[in-house]
Design a protein around this ligand. Structure first.
Ligand SMILES: *Cc1c(COP(=O)(O)O)cnc(C)c1O
Length: 423
């Protein structure tokens, strides 16, 4: 059946059992696969035939979840990774090498900021951070002759800015480079970046996709839409010596990017998702549409409650009508602005710590986006490696409390906040 709704795809896509096979996706806990002839193995290695030969490159459990995600996202293929960090790294490394450059919004996850500004710099790949609210002309000035991509987060963690995907896709394409979008907080349920012009979509599946805080993971989804033969990407149009001279754009057409990511980066660097984790991820994804609906409803209600509380100095939730990014949220997150709300408490850093310590239902955790309500003070945890000016640049103020609203009853979540704020 064609044109299935995402709720149906979340359940039915991916694993397609044949007659008599297990109905539910099995965990193929095997590193290796048996063949009757060495000729078949040869063809697999030459990428002339599709099949499994070693779990670092592909595994049937992982493969089924990759197919489900690609289908939910509207892409031609996906590759799961061991963590979101590996997905961010690979998404860039697949098109950028030492001596080359890319552009990123500064409103991104702290771990990604560090990866881009410190670790990748050591690899010889340079980044220019831009304010995603800057004008087209200002953004154009960040382009260099060796620029290979633009990167941004649909809904940024933890600053909760909404990225104008269509505008940046136009700027990227005018400059013959792809737009890479980290869609972790939005998930394909709330936003499908490919429909707005994104070329590559990445995830930390550790967050809403898994949804239960049980397994780390990441994903890269290829839209199949970018033209790698525009003269700007010789690694796609000239023979790969490490793979018998294969030319990716010729041999794999619209899947060139995702095939190259697997055959070069996954082969050489590892970072694959374990079959057990893919199984858990798949279970989480089955209920993703249901959960996202409740996360969004609860978060909006909590944001409105906080907004009216005298001890709260500010609230940031793009679902609120007076939010700076509300117009963008209406366009890109029309079904809800996800489950994370940030705010400041009167009394700054000390009051924030007191408030967090008093919470009973909401636990202090270095995690967001799972079924349980959790709370975090980024400036003293996830973002503590960043300087004050870097904090500012990524939109994190020292008093910012990040509340990840779970799917408990919203009345109980609000009651907990109420008692922790005192009177
Ligand atoms: C958590 C997160 C990452 C990193 O993912 P891990 O799975 O923790 O490696 C990347 N991007 C965003 C937006 C995140 O929230």
């Amino acid at each position: 059946m064609d044109n299935l709704h995402i709720n149906t795809k979340a359940i039915q896509s991916g694993w397609q059992p044949k007659n008599g096979e297990p109905r539910v996706l099995p965990i193929y806990q095997s590193t290796t696969y048996k063949y009757d002839s060495s000729e078949t193995i040869g063809k697999l290695f030459d990428l002339q035939e599709e099949g499994f030969f070693y779990t670092r490159l592909a595994n049937p459990t992982v493969d089924a979840v990759e197919k489900k995600l690609a289908d939910m996202e509207g892409g031609v293929g996906a590759m799961l990774t061991s963590a979101g960090q590996a997905a961010s790294l690979f998404s860039i490394l697949n098109i950028c090498k030492s001596g080359e450059h890319f552009i990123s919004s500064s409103a991104i996850y702290g771990g990604t900021y560090n990866l881009f500004s410190v670790t990748m710099k050591k690899m010889g790949i340079s980044v220019t951070f831009i304010d995603q609210g800057a004008s087209d002309d200002e953004i154009q000035k960040a382009f260099k002759s060796n620029t290979k991509a633009i990167f941004g987060e649909t809904l940024s963690n933890p600053s909760l800015r909404v990225f104008d995907i269509e505008r940046f896709s136009k700027i990227a394409h005018k400059n013959n480079v792809p737009l890479i979008i980290d869609n972790t907080f939005a998930t394909p349920v709330l936003c499908k970046p490919i429909t707005h012009g994104a070329d590559i979509v990445i995830y930390s599946t550790s967050k809403y996709l898994d949804g239960h805080a049980v397994s780390l993971g990441g994903a890269i989804v290829d839209s199949g839409n970018f033209n790698w033969e525009n003269g700007n990407f010789p690694d796609f149009t000239t023979p790969d010596d490490s793979y018998h001279g294969v030319v990716y754009a010729e041999a794999f057409g619209s899947s060139a990017y995702i095939v190259k990511a697997r055959t070069q980066l996954m082969r050489d660097l590892g970072c694959m998702m374990a079959p057990q984790n893919a199984f858990l991820l798949n279970l989480g994804m089955e209920t993703l549409p249901l959960r996202m609906e409740r996360h969004c409803q609860n978060a909006l209600e909590v944001a409105k409650y906080l907004k009216n509380h005298k001890k709260i100095t500010w609230v940031n939730y793009p679902g609120l009508e007076d939010n700076d990014d509300h117009a963008l949220a209406k366009k890109y997150l029309s079904n809800g602005a996800s489950g994370v709300v940030s705010f400041g408490v009167q009394g700054g850093r000390k009051a924030a710590a007191d408030f967090m310590d008093k919470l009973k239902l909401a636990a202090i955790v270095v995690h967001v986006a799972d079924a349980r309500t959790g709370v975090l003070h980024p400036a003293s945890s996830t973002h503590r490696q960043l300087s004050d000016s870097q904090l500012e640049e990524s939109g994190v103020s020292p008093d910012l409390i990040r509340l990840s609203i779970g799917i408990e009853h919203v009345g109980d979540i609000i009651k907990d906040i109420e008692q922790a704020l005192g009177d």
